[in-house]
Structure formats: structure tokens, C-alpha cells
Design a binder for this molecule. Structure first.
Ligand SMILES: Nc1nc2c(c(=O)[nH]1)N[C@H]1C(S)=C(S)[C@@H](COP(=O)(O)OP(=O)(O)OC[C@H]3O[C@@H](n4cnc5c(=O)[nH]c(N)nc54)[C@H](O)[C@@H]3O)O[C@H]1N2
Ligand SMILES: Nc1nc2c(c(=O)[nH]1)N[C@H]1C(S)=C(S)[C@@H](COP(=O)(O)OP(=O)(O)OC[C@H]3O[C@@H](n4cnc5c(=O)[nH]c(N)nc54)[C@H](O)[C@@H]3O)O[C@H]1N2
Ligand SMILES: [Mo]
Length: 761
């Protein structure tokens, strides 16, 4: 028997270079950097051709983030990070049979994530037979038959797990969930379980829909925009344009974040240089350096102060909400000392935020992973809901809740059925459209899937995109769990660690990406996606696929459908013309009536959203609900720190484009631990000292070696390190209440100097 592998990212031996933290985001360096990145990877013609089609009405949806497109588009509707995502997908298909002949899986395991991704696109289907050292080619037909026969030989449909990452189109996702449910299970975990699940759960309970309530246009009518636990300069750069425009119209912006993220300080739109405007715009009027996990305390402080100012919308509260009484008395009993202590923010600054909220007629609250990936992720988002409800900021122009989604179609995937815990009403409608019976028992989310693998309950793991191993917590435990599975299948575009840490047999099935032409028997196809603000629109690639060996995601799923359950749908017509898929979707999903017709409108169409559209709430009482939560325990025992895992400017989740984090002044090495300079001196640490990190959770420990300490403007006893390298420290059992999202932003750790620890051992 071969020893199991632990899946950790290999240690990085490159030299770390430090530069000044940047104060202005984007600007000419950003524009040049995106063009260079493209040209290096795909040549001048392909770069210009593809970048001109990003986010155009007749082009493709940027595979970067889910930020919406403005109605009046310029010819450059992309940001430098979107350009990187496009260039990355347009790389040559060098990961082919001879590549795998050259490198064994063991050799590939020693390579960094950056190296793996930079080898290029995957060219053809490959198989790794049990105990083989190298992947070898397999033809499509044999690969799909292998999957079908393995699924058919399972004792129960629940022994199959079907993961989805959020780049998958509505059409592919819809067919995929239909196939999985036809097989008899709801085991449909997705990246959302690790991302905005807390937002979905928090919003469904309080406002009756698990989505945000603003439209891009609202930013132009807002008085105050809160940006909480989000780094838009890196992760949603086009949001900075919306913030800048809002600012020009008089809005104020507050950034609530342990880090002073560059994009929220100053912003310069690259296009402004063309009009001779060289000034940058200050974005945040106030930066609130909250402690990691201190947001609930901070928000309670702001709301307590608003109550004492009497700055609340009594009419809205009386007619549109419930449970205000309990909420009010909950706040009254909250003491100020704890608020100030837990948030790390002085009373004066809390009062200042409250005054800005009181002065605003229309407030938008945006947030991302800084709130969702905490033990109290759901509760803290409900405090944001409380704050907006107090002032009546829902269902009013320029105001509302704005969870800023990550993957470009993560919201759409959930809308069309990638959901391990579907509601009865959702299934009933789906059944009407699909016309076959659907399973009711809820399936596994991501964390439950890993536990099921640990227990030996999974025979087949299929991943529609993503990088299951590296995106999930507790890398060594997850790696061990995955290796118990009989067959793992990765449907991918680029090489990643999930191809190397796998089941007894492993398949890699390469697909065409967003940027590429998708030709089927009826001609060129488009797919559809939903952005962060509920707009469903078309996406059509224009580049020649990088290899003849690729299949489209909808075609791949439909071919599996033909093998596994030929009678439930007319799979052949779904492959030939994606309009046939959309015809079924229009019958199976609320809000998708006349799908084919409406999605052909140049800007697509808006899905219904009662709170936004008519200030109505589909909750049991038909009212929006205030909620009361006690504060989370944020005390740390002596010599402990809290670590958050964050993204650099040169990565897309587990895809590492480069080794720089330009805005934060980090270059050449990612194994960096950001630490407050006063904590460093207290612990006798100097810049570039090496430490080992141990995480602690309910008496269990996890270790990670060799991190380079770098001083940074971060609250005391708070640390930051990059994801996915730091995932080996995230305990699998540490998840948010209700949403079960791993607490990737709250990891309790201690540090040891490797010299000391070797003496201990
Ligand atoms: N270029 C690029 N774009 C991306 C991605 C990418 O990797 N690269 N990923 C996509 C995906 S899937 C997602 S989900 C989004 C992620 O977008 P973000 O949520 O912006 O990503 P993170 O790097 O996780 O940043 C979290 C931010 O929250 C702050 N934070 C951490 N803990 C706390 C806390 O307790 N309180 C507060 N107030 N703040 C806190 C951190 O300092 C950081 O600024 O971006 C999407 N877009
Ligand atoms: N510690 C820590 N862990 C985290 C997070 C964190 O902040 N901290 N963030 C979490 C979040 S928010 C998310 S969303 C998850 C992300 O989890 P995933 O979505 O699973 O991971 P990605 O890195 O986005 O997946 C990258 C891979 O997707 C494949 N891919 C890219 N484009 C396509 C395509 O068009 N089709 C197909 N079939 N495959 C494609 C490529 O092979 C690529 O290697 O990670 C989570 N994990
Ligand atoms: Mo995400």
C-alpha cells in the first residue's frame, strides 16, 4: 500500500522582497500590468480580442468576480484582475499526454500551486489507474462509461458526492443538479458552503430571500456606503468605480476592516488618464480598524447610539418589521465597556459612525468574507440587517443590503438548484418542470461531505470545477478523507492539487472555459449567468478552444445523463441546442418564465426580489424581522493570537497567478505572516523571522511550518496569512452556527520559533 499524501502546499524557498504599502489602487500601473499579463500568456492578438469582449453585451461574462455590469458600457469593462483571469484561461494547452508522461503524480506533488497553474490548460481526458504513478490518456467515451458504471455499482445513491464551484453556467448547473437528483440524492455541496452561505441563511430568515436587495444604480443614489469585511481593490476592483461615482455624487464611505486595504483608501480609474484627469479619488471617509471578530460588538455600539439619538424610522419599523421590542431591550442591556473592548474601537469613533448613519437618508451595507467566515457569521450579518431596518434602508432607492458575491456565477448556481438542502417549495416547482420524482432527504454540504469520506461512506466524488482539496479546511485531514474514495473525477480547465490528492482511481476531464466558442450541432451556443445583483444575462466566448480534446460542461453532463438515466430528459436535444435546456428551466424555476426570450435582451433580465422591488418580505409574518444575538466570545488566552486567512492581489482563490501582493508590498513569497509591530517586539520577533504556527480548537492542535513574519498595520493579537497555504490550520469542526461555513477568518493560534521548538522536541 502506498503511503497517503497530506496535500499541503510545499514550502516556498523564494526570496521575499518587501516594498511600501500602496496608498492608491488601480491607475496606469494596473492597466499596464493587466495587458502585460495577457500578452505574456496569450500574445497580442488574442489579448486584445479577448479583453475587448469581456462583459460586453454580446461578449462573455468575466470569469473573475460576480460584480454587475453598468448599463452604459465602455469598451474596457474589465479590471486588472479580470484580465488576469481571462489570460489565465487563454493559456496554451500544454498539460497533455506528454506532460503527464514526463511528470509522475509524486513529482507534481512537490511543485507549488503557482507552478501547477502556470503549466497551461489541460488538453485531453486523463486517467490515473489504482496504484499507477502517472496519469495516462483515456478517450471521452471510455471515461464517461467508467464514471457511469462506478455510479451504477454503488449500494446507495447517497454514496456519490457532486461538488460545484461557482464558475459553472446556469445551463450546466441546472442539468447537473437534475442528473444528481435523478440518481436519487441531494448531495450537492458547493463553494458557496465556504463563502456566502452565512449571508444566504441570515437574509432568508430575516427578509425572506437569501440575496441582496440593491441594484448597481442604487450606488448613485446613496448617502452612505458601508464596506464591511471586504477588500474590493483586489477582489472586486470594478466595485471601486461604483464607489468613486457614488462619492462624486456626495455619498460617504466607511470601511470596517482590521486592515487598511489599499483599494478603499484612494482609487484612480485607468480610463481617466485618457481624458487627461490625473487625480485619484479618496474613497473611504472613515476607516474603522475593527478587531477580527469584533464586528458584532461594533454594530451593537452603533445601533445603541442610534437609539439614544432617536435616529430611527419609526414608521418603517411599525409597518414593515417585527420583533423591534425585543431588539430594543436587547441593546439596552448591552454594556458599553464590552462593546469597546471586543470591537477594539473607541466610543468616539462608534459615535462618529452612528452620526454618519443618522445623517444618511439612504444607506447601503456591503460585505464579504470578513463577516461570513466566522462562528457567528449568520448572527453578525443579521446585525447588519438590524442596522438597516432601524433606519428603513430596505426597499428604498439608494439603500439596501449588498452581500458581494465571489465566483462569477455562484449566485446563479444556487438559483438553478445547486443546493444540498433544498426547500420543499423549490423542489415542488422543480418537479413540475422536470417531471420526475425528486429526493427529499437533504444531502451533504462541503464539511459534511468530508466527514462522510472520513467515515468511508463515499464511493464517488465528482467536482464540477474548483479545487476541493485546497479550498476546504484542514488540508491533511481532507487529503486523508479524499483518499478513501473509490473514484474521484475533476472536471477542470487548469491543473491543481485536487488532481494529485485523489481517490483510488482518478479522472481529469477538461472542459472549455467562459472565453471560448462553444459549437454544438445547431451552431454556436451561449450560456447564461446571474450576477451578484440578480441580473441574469448571456455569456458567449469568442476564442477558439485551446484544444480539440475539450468538451463543454453542459454536453459533458448530458452525455453522463444519457448513460445513467436516459429516460428522464431528452439529453440529446439539450446537447444540440442549449435553448432546450432553458425551455426546461423556464418551467422548473420561479422567475425564469420565457427564459429564452427574456435572456436574449441585450442586458438580460432581473430576477424578482420582493424586498428590493416592493419592500415586501416573504417571511411567515410577511414582515422583516429584527433579531437578538448575544456577543461572540472573543477572549484569547495568554500567548494566543487570532489568524485570518486572506487573498493576495495575485491569486484567484486557489489559483496562484503570481507571487506578489502589490498593494500590501509583498513580493516573491507567499508564506508571510502579517503581525502588529508591537506584538512582534513583545515576542522578540524581527522582520523576516521564521515562525511555526499551531492552531488550537477544542483541545486539538494543527501545525504549519515556516512562516515569515512581516510587520503590518493590523490590530494587536490579530494575524493574517494567505489562503490556501494556511488552510492546514483551519479546523474542520470549526464552522459557523447554522450555515456550517468553515471559520477561515477566526483561527486561534500560537507561534513558536522553530529554533525553540526543536529544543522542546
Ligand atoms: N482577484 C480576485 N478576485 C476574487 C477572488 C480572488 O481570489 N481573487 N475570489 C472571489 C471569491 S470566491 C470571493 S468569496 C471574493 C472574496 O472577497 P473578500 O471577502 O474581499 O476576500 P478576502 O481576501 O477573504 O478578504 C476578506 C476581507 O475581510 C477582512 N476581514 C477579515 N476578518 C474580518 C473581520 O472579522 N471583520 C472585518 N470587518 N473584516 C475582516 C480582511 O482584512 C479582508 O480585507 O472575491 C472574489 N473575487
Ligand atoms: N482558508 C480559506 N479557505 C477558503 C476561503 C478563505 O477565504 N480562506 N475562501 C473560500 C471561498 S469564498 C471559496 S468560493 C472557495 C473556492 O473554492 P473553489 O471554487 O473550489 O476553488 P477555485 O480555486 O476557485 O477553483 C479553481 C479551479 O477551478 C477550475 N476552473 C476554473 N475555471 C473553470 C471552468 O470554467 N470550468 C471548470 N469546470 N473548471 C474551472 C480550475 O481547474 C482551477 O484550478 O474557497 C474557500 N476556501
Ligand atoms: Mo467565494
Amino acid at each position: 500500500m502506498k503511503k497517503s499524501v497530506d496535500g499541503r502546499t510545499p514550502l516556498d524557498s523564494n526570496r521575499l522582497r518587501l516594498s511600501k504599502v500602496k496608498s492608491t489602487a488601480a491607475g496606469v500601473p494596473a492597466a499596464i500590468s493587466s495587458m502585460n499579463h495577457g500578452i505574456r500568456k496569450m500574445g497580442v492578438t488574442r489579448t486584445v480580442r479577448s479583453l475587448l469582449m469581456v462583459n460586453q453585451k454580446d461578449g462573455f461574462d468575466c470569469p473573475g468576480c460576480a460584480w454587475p455590469d453598468p448599463d452604459h458600457r465602455t469598451s474596457f469593462e474589465f479590471c486588472q484582475n479580470g484580465a488576469k483571469a481571462v489570460a489565465d484561461e487563454a493559456m496554451k494547452a500544454n498539460v497533455n499526454a506528454s506532460f503527464f508522461e514526463k511528470y509522475s503524480v509524486d513529482e507534481l506533488l512537490k511543485k507549488s500551486d503557482y507552478w501547477l497553474n502556470s503549466q497551461g490548460r489541460i488538453a485531453q481526458p486523463m486517467i490515473l489507474e489504482p496504484n499507477a504513478s502517472h496519469y495516462t490518456p483515456i478517450d471521452w467515451d471510455a471515461a464517461l462509461r467508467h464514471i457511469a458504471s462506478t455510479i451504477q455499482s454503488m449500494h446507495s445513491p447517497e454514496r456519490g458526492v457532486y461538488y460545484t464551484s461557482g464558475r459553472t453556467s446556469n445551463e450546466a448547473a441546472f442539468l447537473y443538479q437534475a442528473l444528481v437528483r435523478a440518481l436519487g440524492t441531494n448531495n450537492l455541496p458547493d463553494c458557496s458552503n465556504m463563502c456566502h452561505e452565512s449571508s444566504g441563511k441570515a437574509l432568508t430568515q430575516t427578509i425572506g430571500i437569501g440575496k441582496g436587495t440593491v441594484h448597481l444604480e442604487d450606488f448613485n443614489h446613496s448617502d452612505l456606503i458601508l464596506v464591511i469585511g471586504q477588500n474590493p481593490g483586489t477582489n472586486h476592483p470594478r466595485m471601486l468605480t461604483a464607489l468613486r461615482d457614488a462619492k462624486k455624487k456626495g455619498a460617504k464611505i466607511i470601511s470596517i476592516n482590521p486592515l487598511p486595504e489599499t483599494g478603499l483608501k484612494r482609487f484612480k480609474h485607468p480610463q481617466d488618464y485618457m481624458t487627461g484627469d490625473v487625480k485619484s479619488t479618496q474613497l473611504a471617509d472613515l476607516h474603522v480598524p475593527v478587531r477580527i471578530g469584533g464586528d458584532a460588538a461594533l454594530l451593537k455600539g452603533v445601533m445603541k447610539q442610534l437609539l439614544s439619538l432617536g435616529a430611527i424610522d419609526r414608521d418603517f419599523i411599525a409597518t414593515k418589521t417585527e420583533a423591534f421590542g425585543e431588539f430594543e431591550s436587547g441593546l439596552a442591556s448591552q454594556d458599553w465597556q464590552q462593546i469597546v473592548h471586543d470591537s477594539g474601537i473607541e466610543r468616539e469613533m462608534i459615535n462618529e459612525i452612528a452620526q454618519m448613519c443618522a445623517d444618511s437618508r439612504a444607506t447601503i451595507a456591503c460585505w464579504a468574507m470578513g463577516l461570513t467566515q466566522h462562528k457567528n457569521g449568520v448572527a453578525v450579518i443579521q446585525e447588519v440587517v438590524n442596522l438597516l431596518l432601524m433606519g428603513g434602508h430596505i426597499g428604498r432607492p439608494g439603500a439596501g443590503l449588498c452581500p458581494v458575491r465571489g465566483h462569477s456565477n455562484v449566485q446563479g448556481d444556487r438559483t438553478v438548484g445547486i443546493w444540498e438542502a433544498p426547500s420543499e417549495s423549490f423542489l415542488a416547482k422543480l418537479e413540475q418542470g422536470l417531471q420526475f420524482e425528486l429526493p427529499r432527504k437533504h444531502g451533504y454540504d462541503v464539511v459534511h461531505s468530508i466527514h462522510a469520506m472520513e467515515n468511508g461512506d463515499v464511493d464517488v466524488l465528482i467536482c464540477m470545477g474548483g479545487n476541493f482539496l485546497s479550498a476546504t479546511p484542514d488540508t491533511p485531514s481532507t487529503a486523508k478523507a479524499i483518499q478513501t474514495v473509490g473514484l474521484t473525477v475533476q472536471i477542470s480547465t487548469k491543473l491543481n492539487r485536487s488532481h494529485l490528492v485523489k481517490g483510488k482511481t482518478a479522472l481529469i476531464l477538461p472542459v472549455i472555459g467562459r472565453t471560448e466558442l462553444d459549437i454544438q450541432s445547431s451552431g454556436g451556443q451561449f450560456v447564461t449567468v446571474e450576477n451578484s445583483m440578480g441580473v441574469v444575462h448571456r455569456s458567449k466566448g469568442n476564442l477558439k478552444p485551446v484544444s480539440n480534446g475539450l468538451m463543454s460542461e453542459p454536453a459533458l453532463v448530458a452525455q453522463l445523463g444519457q448513460l445513467l438515466c436516459p429516460d428522464v430528459l431528452d439529453w440529446a436535444s439539450c446537447i444540440g441546442n442549449y435553448d432546450s435546456i432553458r425551455d426546461i428551466m423556464s418551467k422548473a424555476l420561479n422567475g425564469f418564465e420565457n427564459y429564452n426570450e427574456r435572456v436574449r435582451k441585450p442586458s438580460g433580465f432581473l430576477l424578482p426580489n420582493p424586498p428590493r422591488d416592493s419592500c415586501e418580505f416573504s417571511t411567515p409574518s410577511s414582515k422583516a424581522s429584527f433579531t437578538v444575538h448575544s456577543l461572540p466570545d472573543v477572549t484569547l488566552s495568554e500567548d494566543r493570537f487570532v489568524l485570518m486567512t486572506i487573498r493576495s492581489h495575485d491569486q484567484y482563490n486557489t489559483t496562484i497567478y503570481g507571487l506578489h501582493d502589490r498593494y500590501r508590498g509583498i513580493h516573491g513569497n507567499r508564506r508571510v505572516l502579517f503581525m502588529n509591530a508591537l506584538d512582534m517586539s513583545e515576542y522578540g520577533l524581527k522582520t523576516r523571522d521564521i515562525v511555526d504556527i499551531t492552531s488550537h480548537f477544542l483541545g486539538t492542535k494543527r501545525h504549519s511550518k515556516q512562516w515569515i513574519v512581516v510587520p503590518y498595520e493590523i490590530p494587536r493579537r490579530n494575524l493574517a496569512a494567505y489562503f490556501p497555504e494556511a488552510n492546514e490550520l483551519v479546523p474542520l469542526e470549526s464552522t459557523a452556527t447554522i450555515s456550517n461555513t468553515p471559520t477561515s477568518k477566526w483561527i486561534e493560534v500560537s507561534l513558536t520559533n522553530p529554533v525553540d521548538s526543536s529544543e522542546e522536541e
